[in-house]
Design a protein around this ligand. Structure first.
Ligand code: ADP
Length: 476
């Protein structure tokens, strides 16, 4: 029985680790984005600087000798700034523009922007301009003093559209990569953790199967060498201690009931002798008879407790012989029919012939007697008690059903417990010890069978005993 709990460790760990992974991915993505942006800006600046140096060292050098028009023509011819999406401007120390590419006038801020002060010879200074429209411009300004002593500033700029596009591409890739990574992490984590945590399910399932009836069973110890192995071993040691405690308790019940037997027999004998004494006054005889009744009840309790304790401690030797379940039930029904007749009960039988189970006939007799006794006891006058013997799923089945008072849903899980009697049974002062069904259960389980009860309060009860068929055992 593997239950998936909404708060399972697996889900907790996966959410924790997916959360952690998301944070790492976002930080890593931001770092990559920032690094890539720096790289692109740097590359653009490098290219612009190279271009400024080329202009300064080749074309601008000719300015004193050849004039402004030559410079403009050469720049247009060699660099075609408008086609290459470059903006070029050359100005002198008094901010007089010697040359400006045609697209420069579109970029008003570039045109009106002041030439950086303190331009050092040969040193390129980078800045950003924000035109009224379009992308921001990256601009490199380079100072140059010519042989005639005049200082000039060469500025080369380019829009950052390519950078923006590359960064957008990177962002899209990251945005697609993120959910893919998370899905992979969830799937991977789910299967890996499932494998790592599978011992837990095995341990839980095995632990669920262990009840006080099979305390000799142990949990599987996964040879993982980790905490799971230690938990299993610790739980097994605990189960062992429980088993020992349980055996001590069983031994105690068995010993106590065994010790009580002899004095009870003596008391009964004495009381019987007293009851038969002719000198005893009638009033006392009545009291002695009451006492005898109580002593017999006590005797039944002691015998029942002894039997249950010994069966559960595995101390009772069971015979495993072929028993004709139908014949056994039939003969007991014949004997007990009278009890039912007193209460005007209808006793019906549906008994399949030849249902041979493997068991101990004396013990099985006790099973049938206890069940039939209960059915008659808990069914009011005029009711029906039905006995059925059949074969089902390779088992011999005995069903005892009645139209009696039934059992409340609260009481039903406890009816097989020792000394359990329902409130109704107690209030109705119906005879009983509360051991009948525990004896039935101990015997059937000791014989390798099982018993269960179904009931509808106020309508009736069905108790079903399942026992291994003789053929089935032989085949094993
Ligand atoms: P008891 O000696 O009280 O009959 P059992 O162990 O045989 O003890 O049964 C335990 C309790 O289960 C009973 O006290 C009764 O409340 C309930 N029970 C058992 N059989 C039936 C039945 N056929 N109909 C209604 N209640 C039943």
């Amino acid at each position: 029985m593997s239950r998936s709990h909404p708060k399972s460790i697996r889900l907790k760990l996966i959410s924790l680790y997916v959360g952690l992974l998301s944070v790492i991915f976002v930080c890593f993505g931001a770092y990559i984005y920032w690094g890539f942006q720096q790289f692109l800006v740097h590359a653009l600046e490098q290219s612009l600087t190279r271009r400024a140096h080329q202009i300064a060292s080749t074309i601008l050098e000719e300015l004193p000798s050849r004039g402004d028009a030559y410079v403009a023509g050469e720049i247009q011819a060699r660099f075609a700034p408008e086609l290459n999406e470059r903006v070029i401007r050359i100005s002198d120390a008094s901010q007089h523009v010697v040359y400006a590419s045609r697209n420069a006038d579109l970029l008003s801020s570039f045109l009106v922007g002041p030439v950086p002060a303190g331009m050092t010879e040969g040193k390129a200074v980078s800045r950003r301009e924000f035109p009224d429209r379009g992308f921001p411009l990256r601009v490199i300004a380079l100072g140059r003093r010519l042989s005639n002593g005049n200082a000039y500033t060469v500025e080369v700029g380019a829009p950052e559209d390519e950078i923006a596009m590359s960064l957008r591409g990177l962002l899209i890739m990251l945005a697609i990569g993120f959910p893919v990574l998370i899905i992979l992490a969830i799937l991977g984590g789910y299967s890996l953790l499932g494998r790592a945590l599978s011992p837990v399910n095995e341990i839980v399932n095995a632990a669920e199967r262990i009840t006080f009836k099979n305390l000799s069973q142990r949990l599987p110890v996964p040879p993982t060498g980790d905490e799971f192995e230690r938990i299993s071993e610790a739980l097994n040691r605990m189960i062992q201690r429980l088993e020992e405690a349980f055996q001590i308790a069983n031994r105690f019940s068995a010993d106590a009931s065994h010790e009580l037997r002899t004095p009870l027999t003596i008391i009964r004998g004495e009381l019987e002798a007293l009851a038969g004494s002719p000198s005893l006054p009638d009033q006392s005889k009545e009291r002695v008879a009451d006492m005898l009744e109580e002593v017999e009840r006590l005797g039944r309790i002691v015998e029942g407790l002894l039997l249950v304790s010994r069966l559960e401690a595995g101390e009772t030797q069971m015979k495993f012989e072929p028993v004709n379940l139908g014949e056994l039930t039939d003969s007991i029904a014949d004997q007990m029919e009278l009890m039912g007749e007193d209460k005007l009960l209808t006793l019906t039988r549906e008994i399949k012939a030849g249902v041979i189970v493997e068991g101990d006939s004396a013990r099985l007799r006790q099973v049938v007697v206890n069940l039939l006794d209960n059915a008659i006891k808990y069914t009011p006058e005029g009711g029906t008690v039905r006995l059925r013997v059949k074969v089902e799923e390779n088992h011999g089945v005995l069903e005892v059903s009645d139209t009696g008072i039934g059992i409340t849903p609260e009481a039903l899980p406890h009816v097989f417990n020792r000394f359990f009697r329902s409130e109704e049974a107690k209030a109705g002062r119906l005879p009983g010890t509360g051991l009948g069904l525990s004896i039935v259960q101990s015997i059937t389980e000791a014989l390798g069978g099982s018993v269960r009860a179904e009931s509808r309060h106020g309508l009736g009860t069905l108790v079903r005993v399942q026992l291994p068929l003789i053929q089935q055992k032989k085949n094993v």
